[in-house]
Write a protein that binds this ligand. Structure first.
Ligand code: IVH
Length: 667
């Protein structure tokens, strides 16, 4: 078997293992073996760029490349379902169907109503070619890159299976509760505002421009609707069973029933049982099973006559609001938290609820001592949905959002268009400093893994450290006062020392400049080469860097304009941290592309798009995402978008192939 054949074989094996692991929950190989196969494939693919495949299992990890979502028209509009809330409504639906079908026998398929975001997946010849959000129902965003990271969605179907050449399958993208909790906990630690519920988190994730972040978030999907001209059977239920055979994760607990009583029983059963599902559900969907009968019943302007949603009542209890505390995160974001008299709700004792922001508090017209209604819909974090004004104590104080930071007393600010208040005292606010030290030592920054949040907290409270630079002053003696912990103290000091070798890109990230993530830090490092140049860059110069927008540029300016920050950076420099790009990175720089504005389009074989962007910058060129008369040339790979091609031709912009480009920079 040659390497190309091995690639094909590995791809098909890995698709199969993925399906067994994520959809069927019955893997036949261990994690280690899986990783080995994956690594082998990654290596081979590197050597065979001509075999690039957007649906290879290696593509599940996403890419840092910022994407713009294209609007795509749905082949069949994405309608919504009419909602019902009680048995009476359900009976009326059942009767309408019965009379619509003129007394013919019919079956109803009962299934879960998932509370996520609907998605339409298009498959051609067994390959996922496009994933589109619902949008306005007529057209939505093309989020294919992001959807490729969802492991339960097959990228390539097993050719042995008998699926139609072209079909569409719809379902719901969700963030499982476990992932949602993990994400919010992480955001809490990082001082980022929390997501209100898994649906918002899933939606925020799916619209991420960076699919690598999507890959880390652990989205999931359940499919519940097969469309297309060649359906295998006349039954909706049967079609979905087929889809499960092809590798899709379909709606859980589906059941075909005939009588109204059976429908009620299904609803009653799942009203309780849904609490044990890994994802949020907010009701039951009832569908006439036969496609022929569905066609006979047809549609109203907004929704099908052959289906309806029954919505569960969210569990709601009332309790008393005792106080509201305001937490300050690493970025200075203020999160109000309600402290309530403990109460039992959906099986757990609840005593705290996030109030999100000032507007949310205003809307509720919340007063201390109020009797509040607390609900747990799909989400795990309970929320206050209302107030019983009749029970308000006579002298109740309205909840006041603080004007000053509860930690450091600095007046709070609210940025235009944002709901969240921030404490702007990044250099002096204890909560923010502690948060920043935690981010500084984190794996993706300085990777000082012998320290954790508790140690940082303790050192800070004991006055051992006041800022990130103080870490480099710590001695074994400092930590090991009584001499009982020589070993761990030595380890801590050693790992702090070792962090001095961490490359400049990560030092930029580690500073914790607001809005500057890993990728933008890298871009900044590569554009400005060293800390002094970065610190003295003008806003115009910053804006020229790929991926740096107005807010980020201003944040960098503000950071270095601050005396305290400048002193910290100077001390880090004196301690010997890497304050410029490594020599080998610098040595490969030229100005062969100086003054050129270059647009990248299409799929490449020798390097990834990210790498080409970096190459352009390394040789003094400038990346741009849209073609204009200022464009010097387009670096075009395979399958350049037709609209870009047309525009290039119209403006007479030169198109350069990958090989020509490589020749240009390495003559
Ligand atoms: S079928 C024409 N089945 O509910 C019928 N929808 O208001 C198409 N949903 O936008 C939808 N679970 O996002 C269907 N088992 C299920 C569903 C489901 C959740 C969502 C879907 C749709 C909305 C309808």
């Amino acid at each position: 078997m040659n390497e190309q054949e091995r690639i094909t074989q590995l791809r098909s094996q890995l698709h199969d293992h993925n399906h067994r692991y994520y959809v069927l929950n019955s893997p036949t190989i261990g994690d280690e073996e899986f990783d080995m196969l994956m690594h082998e494939l990654q290596d081979l693919e590197q050597h065979h760029p001509e075999m690039y495949d957007a649906n290879s299992p290696t593509q599940r990890v996403g890419s840092d490349l910022n994407q713009e979502f294209q609007q795509v028209k749905h082949q069949y509009p994405m309608l919504s379902l009419a909602n019902t809330y009680n048995q009476q409504d359900v009976r009326e639906f059942y009767e309408r169907v019965r009379s619509g079908l003129q007394g013919a026998e019919f079956e109803i398929c009962c299934e879960m109503k998932y509370d996520g975001l609907s998605i339409s997946l298009i498959y051609e010849n067994g390959q996922l070619v496009r994933a589109v959000t619902r949008g306005d129902g007529v057209q939505g965003d093309d989020v294919t890159q992001n959807v490729r990271t969802i492991r339960t969605i097959p990228l390539v179907l097993d050719a042995e299976k008998n699926f139609p050449k072209h079909f569409e399958i719809r379902g719901e993208v969700l963030l499982p509760f476990s992932e949602f909790d993990r994400l919010n906990e992480q955001r809490m630690n990082e001082g980022e505002p929390l997501f209100a519920n898994p649906r918002n988190a899933a939606s925020g994730t799916l619209k991420q421009q960076n699919s690598r972040i999507v890959a880390e978030r652990g989205l999931d999907a359940y499919l519940y609707y097969l469309l297309g001209d060649e359906q295998p059977c006349d039954g909706h239920y049967e079609n979905l069973q087929q889809a499960a055979e092809w590798g899709f994760q379909i709606s859980q607990g589906m059941k075909k029933v005939k009588t109204l009583q059976e429908v009620y029983d299904f609803i009653d059963y799942w009203d309780e049982a849904r609490h044990h599902l890994p994802v949020a559900t907010d009701g039951i969907v009832l569908k006439v099973n036969s496609l022929r009968q569905q066609r006979a019943l047809g549609y109203t302007a907004k929704s099908p006559r052959w289906a309806i949603a029954y919505k569960f009542k969210a569990e709601r209890v009332s309790t008393r609001l005792e106080s509201v505390s305001f937490q300050v995160g690493r970025t200075g974001a203020i999160t109000p938290v309600a402290n309530m008299e403990p109460v039992l709700l959906a099986g757990t004792v609840v005593k705290r609820a996030s109030l999100y922001n000032e507007d949310a508090i205003r809307q509720l017209d919340l007063h201390i001592g109020d009797e509040v209604y607390v609900e747990k819909g799909g989400e795990i974090i309970p929320k206050i949905v209302g107030v019983n004004i009749d029970e308000r104590p006579i002298v109740a104080m309205p909840v006041q959002f603080p004007r000053r930071c509860p930690e450091c007393n600095t007046p709070l600010v609210r940025y235009e268009g944002e709901a969240v208040h921030y404490c702007p005292n990044d250099a002096g606010c204890p909560s923010q400093i502690k948060g920043r030290i935690e981010q500084f030592i984190s794996r993706k920054a300085m990777n000082i893994d012998s320290l954790g949040p508790e140690t940082v907290e303790a050192y800070f409270n004991h006055g051992l450290i006041h800022d990130i630079a103080d870490l480099y002053r710590i001695t074994v003696q400092d930590i090991n006062g009584d001499g009982s912990r020589t070993k761990s103290a030595t380890r801590i000091v050693q790992s702090i020392e070792a962090s001095k070798e961490v490359p400049f890109e990560r030092v930029v990230f580690a500073l914790g400049i607001r809005f500057i993530g890993e990728t933008s830090a890298k871009m900044l490092a590569r554009s400005f080469h060293d800390m002094d140049t970065l610190a003295s860059a003008t806003k115009e110069q910053l804006l020229e860097v790929d991926g740096i927008g107005d807010v980020m540029a201003q944040s960098i300016i503000d950071y270095f304009a601050n005396e305290t920050n400048r002193r910290i950076v100077q001390r880090l420099k004196d301690y010997g941290l890497q304050m410029s790009l490594a020599d080998d990175v610098l040595a490969s720089r030229t100005d062969r592309l100086a003054g050129q504005v270059i647009v990248i389009s299409g799929v490449f074989t020798h390097h990834s798009r990210d790498e080409y962007k970096q190459l352009i910058e390394m040789h003094g060129g400038k990346n741009s995402s849209s073609i204009s008369k200022n464009t010097s040339f387009i670096l075009a790979g395979e399958n350049m978008g037709p609209s870009k091609l047309e525009k290039a031709q119209k403006l007479g912009v030169r198109i350069i192939s990958e090989d020509e480009f490589l020749e240009m920079i390495n003559p």
